[in-house]
Design a protein around this ligand. Structure first.
Ligand code: AMP
Length: 426
């Protein structure tokens, strides 16, 4: 690469700059608040996992075939090789691994867990789809009751509604389990086989390997055939039908609205029964899902652990940030300390320290003019500025100016926090 060529972020990777990061933080905090108010405890799992963990979970899916970032592990001094590693494309597999490896399966069940962090998928980048993106995750592991499905839906909805998102709708389906799904999949194949040549080439391949995925295909040419396809909800076995009825009745009792959609699926064998997704009207296109989840009673066994029922949710923080309403507040009240001349750095720093008892304070140590400093404070949305020339510094005072009202008066340093707190509460 030529030396004059500035280095930019890798394709599909992006920076979350401070203005955006503040929105991000709001979304994360809303997640933490919703999860902890329902008794979910935080867990952190590695970003790097053995590739086998991810591959075992993915089966023959697009995620595993195309989207996994694989890393070659290094050998250590003993000559032991780490084997192939992968950047996690989602958190669930790691959380389930940690649940067993960390002995959480020995605690009173179920265990309610939450985590937030970056996920990696090597997909074609586009609006709302990034190679590094962030998810807010909920998992309830160790109990088959449909009441936990309803609870996970309720917590994730609480997260979205506490952020003031409007135009969000909940879509619900059941995809049965190992007892009823195989017979249904056979019916689905029989329906689609005569249509095979008219399907998109990916769907032609899915027809035998993973026919459920035909139902959520977004390709134009496959759409006309979906409406008449057999519906899984007409083919549920008795226990699955009862579980689905219970989830629906619990949602009704909690006044949570939803739309049934027999085309909402997960194309992996270990998913069972409930699947749900939150859509956002304004995001549009194929990228309108804010998050989704469902029951995955077969996952633990797929990873080599004892059969263990579980249900979870993964919300896309990037997309939730895109859908946030315009900020209505003016952010945290802030104070800028503006020394008027050089040589007052220590005094200005001290004023900043005194005020931080009450609110975030920024000290402008630059050499620009006072009016330039005032403009910068204004642009930053600062509520107050504390202007200090040498004679004020000598009296241990500043000119405190309320940028909102334009009022300005001299205030001694040791009374600044009290004066600001007084006007904050008035
Ligand atoms: P999934 O794990 O595929 O069910 O995704 C759950 C949620 O994560 C989706 O509803 C999206 O909001 C978000 N998401 C998934 N993949 C991406 C991506 N590549 N870029 C941004 N957000 C994503």
């Amino acid at each position: 690469m030529s030396r004059s060529q500035p280095i930019r972020a890798a394709r599909g990777m992006r920076d979350i700059l401070p203005e955006q990061r503040a929105l991000w933080r709001r979304v994360e905090m809303a997640g933490e608040a919703a999860a902890s108010s329902y008794g979910y405890e935080e867990i952190e799992v590695p970003i790097i996992e053995p590739a086998a963990l991810i591959e075992r979970v993915g089966g023959d899916t697009d995620v595993v075939r195309k989207e996994i970032y694989r890393l070659q592990g290094h050998g250590d001094a003993s000559g032991e090789r780490e084997g192939l590693l992968a950047l996690r494309p989602e958190a669930t597999a790691g959380v389930v691994r940690a649940y067993f490896q960390g002995g959480l399966n020995q605690l009173s069940q179920p265990v309610r867990l939450t985590t937030t962090g970056p996920m990696f998928r090597h997909d074609r980048p586009q609006a709302g789809r990034y190679r590094q993106f962030y998810q807010f995750d909920l998992e309830v592991i160790g109990d088959p009751s449909p009441a936990y499905d309803a609870e996970v839906i309720e917590v994730s909805r609480q997260w979205l509604s506490s952020l003031g998102l409007s135009g969000v709708s909940l879509v619900l389906n059941s995809i049965g389990d190992g007892r009823c799904r195989p017979a249904y999949l056979q019916k689905l194949r029989e329906y689609y086989r005569p249509l095979k040549r008219r399907l998109h080439h990916d769907c032609q391949r899915r027809l035998e390997a993973n026919p459920l995925r035909l139902l959520d295909c977004k390709e134009e040419q496959c759409q006309p055939f979906k409406a008449a396809a057999p519906r899984i909800t007409d083919h549920l076995c008795q226990p699955c039908a009862e579980a689905f009825a219970e989830v629906r009745s619990l949602l009704d009792l909690a006044a949570i609205e939803y739309r049934l959609d027999a085309h909402l699926v997960r194309g992996l064998d270990y998913y069972t029964r409930t699947v749900f997704e939150f859509e956002h009207a304004a995001l549009g296109g194929a990228q309108n899902a804010l998050g989704g989840g469902g029951r995955y009673d077969g996952l633990a066994a797929a990873l080599g652990y004892p059969d263990t029922p579980a249900v979870g949710f993964a919300g896309g923080i990037d997309r939730v940030v895109l859908g946030l309403p315009e900020s209505n507040g003016d952010g945290p009240a802030q104070l800028w300390v503006l020394p008027v001349e050089r040589g007052l750095e220590a005094e200005a720093a001290r004023v900043g320290r005194l005020c931080r008892a009450e609110l975030p304070a920024v000290v402008d140590f630059s050499r620009r003019s006072l009016s330039a400093k005032m403009r910068a404070a204004g642009r930053a949305g600062s509520r107050w500025v504390a202007i200090m020339a040498a004679d004020e510094a000598q009296r241990q005072a500043v000119q405190l100016r309320d940028m909102r009202s334009g009022d300005q008066r001299e205030v001694p340093w040791d009374q600044l926090a009290v004066v600001i707190a007084g006007s904050l509460s008035s």
